[in-house]
Design a protein around this ligand. Structure first.
Ligand code: DGJ
Length: 727
């Protein structure tokens, strides 16, 4: 899949479906000649693809006092580069910026060495990263022409999915300490700018709203400086050719295996090309790199499709399931989860929980989760965080565990490890454990809590010891890992002035060090990520947590957008989705929507009527029968987007194409009219029975004629779940 043609200077990555072609020009600059649908390039092709002729940049040769031209036509600002230098000919945004000890900023990266190998090597712990065997990696060493500063580029291509993983390491081989002012993971130069940039903005309760804007002159950014990947912008973004649909046109998706500040930047310059950079946000970023030290950037993941946005999504889904998520603890399928939060918030005791467990079992619950409120003095959200010992006056957790065991279900618990309330034993004992300068009069609060200084290993160790003591005493099966505020006052009292530019990143490393340690020491415990709803829905978290709570908003009026849009970048099996008991829409609609996610409940189960239990049990039975094969391991098709019309429709098909589930929800009431819904991904020749018209049709019929919804009246937020089974 990877070839290095030394004499010609080509580095070719291809998997038969996509190609990525690099060229080491005569000056040693690394150009990106092509990225897209698979292609074999001849020497003539390549000459024409470069073809900047007389336009080549010039330089003054200090040795012989002559003006020279880059003989092979390298044209700064036009040539598509793999990694821009900084402060020299090419003034486009460089992913790596260094400040030298004399105060200057230039770097001039030129090719030095090439090697390649099977597989993908892990990043140094605790950085999350991709794994897998069906891939090959090119490692390219670039050296600064004026010093021994190196950029080591890693490019991995997968053979079974159109995914590239890119990252770089900056190595200081000089004798001076340099300051990294920017250390992003990748650059990608595209020859044109006729694309829409799609990103997923939002806020609490309304995460991942679809937003598409045509690229325009100047720079556009999608970023977070909130210390987490955030509700406001998700790190998953994509470019699509102007008329691309779910199954036609070009789509190039990007994501970062990282949970902190990020920046995706596209710059369209005077030459009408698109210059992309992606990585850690450089706001307030300064990293000291002493001689011999290196800085490792997170991996960026690129999914390419020349056949529409669904192919791009499917690449990501398979990559996340097969090459990112490490948790392998689940048995047959993930258990149906009941979470206590919305049912009782902080207001519970042992008896109440037991009655919840009993009634939760009547709707198919297989895992009962006790959310916030079980520890310290935590009877409201203004106290207790940081004190991770059971409030024995409030709840007898041994009894709860024993009761779950007796009912034959599992038990899970909530933590928010990176936070502390000022009203807590931990804060009273260690006020220096929180972020922010010591001498301020006003320390920023959010939900009455401070952010612990996870850049300080002692703080991480303290929380680890508390969690460990709990987990040893209470053998839980699941942890919900919450994170309910952003990083403000990003100052650490553990580090000196020269290290404060490292705090944002060190906090993320602290998060990963604790998360990975717990995940590795308790491999059968499933950890679900969460951040005030879906504020940390990202690949870094997914590496250790197989699912993430997608939003505190569970009503379909909002959730159809959240789940549909999230599933463009992330597999359904990762999208934490529950049925709650807010009465706007029926349990039925909510359950069907949750089924196209992880499926669970979050309500007061004591209040359910018998008919409601029956309804929920019906969907729970569908979950048990279909979830693993169709939702978790199947292929997802986006049929109708709620951002574009009145309907939301998704279809999942099992890998062997014998089973399929179709979910159709409308927003407003629609009267009867002529409507056919064409399906996808079925075996054309096979016959499938569906439970909508109860008939048997061929795959070809479903895909060309479609399910007939003519003269069906769709009431507001009504839902259809159609099952297809191959005969
Ligand atoms: C925010 C989460 O999104 C909720 O599900 C719940 O766990 C609360 N935090 C608890 O404080």
């Amino acid at each position: 899949m990877i070839q290095y043609q030394k004499e010609k200077g080509f580095i070719y990555l291809g998997n038969g479906s996509i190609s990525y072609v690099l060229y080491i020009n005569e000056s040693g600059c690394l150009e990106l000649l092509y990225f897209g649908k698979a292609i074999q390039l001849s020497d003539d092709d390549i000459a024409c693809m470069r073809g900047y002729g007389d336009w080549a940049s010039t330089y003054y040769d200090c040795a012989d006092g002559k003006e020279k031209i880059f003989s092979d036509g390298y044209r700064a600002g036009v040539s598509r580069m793999e990694l821009n230098s900084h402060g020299l000919w090419d003034k486009r945004f460089a992913p790596v910026v260094v400040k030298w000890q004399d105060g200057s900023f230039e770097t001039d990266f030129r090719f030095s060495e090439f090697s390649s190998y099977e597989g993908i090597r892990p990043l140094p712990a605790p950085l999350p990263c991709a794994h897998g065997e069906k891939c090959e990696t090119a490692e390219i060493l670039l050296r600064d022409a004026r010093s021994s500063l190196y950029a080591r580029l890693f490019l991995t291509i997968f053979s079974d999915k159109d995914i590239l993983v890119k990252s770089l390491v900056i190595e200081n081989g000089t004798e001076e300490t340099v300051t990294l002012l920017r250390a992003m993971s990748m650059q990608l130069d595209l020859p044109g700018m006729a694309y829409d940039l799609v990103h997923f903005r939002g806020r609490w309760g309304s995460e991942r709203r679809y937003e598409a804007n045509a690229l325009h002159d100047g720079a556009q950014e999608v970023s977070s400086n909130l210390g987490r990947s955030s509700h406001e912008e998700n790190p998953f973004v994509y470019l699509k050719s102007a008329n691309a649909t779910a199954d036609s046109g070009e789509a190039i998706g990007f994501n970062l295996i990282y949970s902190g500040n990020f920046k995706f930047r596209v710059e369209c310059g005077p030459f009408r090309s698109a210059h992309l950079s992606y990585g850690i946000d450089d706001e307030d970023f300064e990293w000291k790199l002493a001689p011999g030290e290196r800085f490792v950037t997170p991996q960026a993941v690129i999914s390419y499709s020349a056949a529409g946005t669904d192919r791009m999504s499917q690449n990501f889904h398979r990559f996340i399931r097969e090459n990112l998520i490490r948790y392998r603890g689940e048995r047959e399928y993930k258990p149906i989860l009941f979470n206590s939060w919305e049912g009782c918030y902080f207001d519970f005791d042992t008896e109440r929980l037991i009655s919840y467990i009993d009634d939760a079992c009547k709707i198919g619950t297989e895992l009962f989760v006790l959310d916030d409120g079980w520890f310290g003095e935590r009877n409201s959200d203004d106290r207790g965080l940081g004190d991770w010992f059971v409030n024995r006056d409030k709840v007898d957790l041994h009894r709860i565990l024993a009761h779950c065991k007796q009912k034959g279900i599992r038990f899970g618990i909530w933590f928010e490890p990176e936070m502390v309330n000022y009203d807590s034993e931990l804060y009273r004992a260690h006020p220096e454990y929180v972020l922010g300068r010591a001498d301020v009069k006003e320390r920023s609060l959010s939900r009455h809590q401070f952010h612990l200084d996870f850049s300080n290993p002692e703080v991480v160790e303290n929380i680890y010891a508390q969690m460990k003591a709990f987990l040893e005493e209470y053998p839980v099966d699941y942890i919900k890992w919450d994170y309910n505020r952003t990083v403000l006052e990003h100052v650490s009292r553990t580090h000196g002035a020269e290290r404060q530019g490292e705090i944002y990143h060190r906090l993320v490393l602290g998060y990963y060090s604790l998360l990975s340690r717990i995940a590795e020491e308790y491999p059968s415990v499933m950890i679900e990520g969460c951040a005030s709803g879906g504020g940390r829905f990202d690949l870094g978290t997914l590496c250790y947590c197989p699912q993430i709570w997608a939003s505190d908003e569970s009503d379909p009026a909002q959730r159809i957008f959240i789940n549909y849009n999230t599933s463009i970048g992330y597999p359904l099996s990762t999208i934490g989705a529950h049925v709650n008991d807010h009465k706007i829409t029926s349990y039925r609609t909510k359950a069907m929507l949750a089924l196209f996610g992880t499926y669970g409940y979050e309500m007061n189960p004591n209040m359910l009527a018998e008919t409601e239990r029956e309804e929920l049990n019906e969907i729970a039975a569908v979950y048990r029968k279909y979830h693993k094969r169709v939702i978790e391991e199947g292929t997802l098709y986006h049929l109708l987007s709620p951002s574009e019309g009145n309907f939301m429709c998704m279809q999942a098909v099992s890998e062997d194409r014998t089973l399929s589930l179709v979910l159709l929800i409308n927003k407003l009431k629609e009267a009867d009219e002529s409507r056919f819904l064409r399906l996808k991904g079925l075996d054309e020749k096979a016959l499938y029975r569906n439970d909508w018209d109860g008939k048997m049709h061929s795959g070809a019929y479903y895909m060309t004629v479609g399910l007939n919804f003519t003269c069906v009246i769709f009431e507001e937020f009504s839902c259809r779940l159609i099952r297809l089974e191959k005969i």
